[in-house]
Write a protein that binds this ligand. Structure first.
Ligand code: SF4
Ligand code: SF4
Length: 201
């Protein structure tokens, strides 16, 4: 029998979104929180700068094997200004740093996007990921995920609110996990556009 999720609605998303999450505003960053060894956004981000272009979902050619950026002092403005939601959301503990959790969280005007950087079925069905996703769905906050498809192709984006609603209402962890696995498998099987390689400089 699955565990009943007693605290599904505990995550205060309305407060989070009420702060007007902006991925380019340092004034909202959590004080004292640093990226450390994480380099997830150097893979996920689309960069379309005059001097440097990189497709989304592809490791940046400037990312060094030992970590760090080859062109750090001249890196594009998007690299200087962009932060994932973990840098903004004080409610997320240190284990939610993307390289630790396996999930890069980002937000835009359409809500919160869960982007797995490891096996989606593992990192998006953990109890704490379900608590976060389910809490958002229960509060009517737009939630979506971006799931890798075939090698060399773009990820597939899917809104989670409607397809997860009934499972979330059950408040049953196993039921929500099973539905998430179904949605992840459905997303991973989609045909998506090829990642187009670009001249790096
Ligand atoms: S240019 Fe540097 S900071 Fe920007 S994505 Fe590439 S490695 Fe990361
Ligand atoms: S994904 Fe977030 S924590 Fe990781 S390097 Fe980028 S901004 Fe920093």
């Amino acid at each position: 029998m699955g565990i009943i999720m007693a605290h599904l609605c505990a995550t205060p998303f309305s407060k989070i979104l009420g702060k007007k999450l902006s991925n380019d505003n340092e004034s909202h960053l959590v004080s004292g929180r640093e990226c450390g060894e994480c380099t997830a956004c150097c893979v996920v981000l689309l960069i379309d700068d005059d001097n440097f272009k990189k497709p989304a979902d592809q490791v940046c050619s400037n990312l060094m094997a030992e970590g760090g950026c080859k062109i750090y002092t001249k890196r594009p403005s998007v690299c200087q200004d962009w932060y994932c939601s973990w840098r903004f959301m004080a409610q997320l503990d240190d284990d939610w740093r993307p390289d630790r959790s396996g999930v890069l969280l980002r937000s835009d005007e359409n809500g919160i996007i869960f982007q797995p950087i490891r096996d989606p079925k593992e990192v998006l069905t953990s109890a704490r990921a379900i608590e976060l996703i389910g809490g958002g769905v229960a509060q009517g906050i737009p939630m979506s995920m971006s799931i890798p498809t075939k090698n060399g192709c773009r990820s597939y984006g899917m809104s989670l609110n409607e397809p997860l609603e009934a499972a979330v209402q059950s408040r049953n962890l196993g039921t929500i996990q099973s539905k998430m696995v179904e949605l992840i498998e459905h997303s991973a099987a989609q045909n998506t556009d090829l990642i187009i390689a670009t001249d790096s400089q």
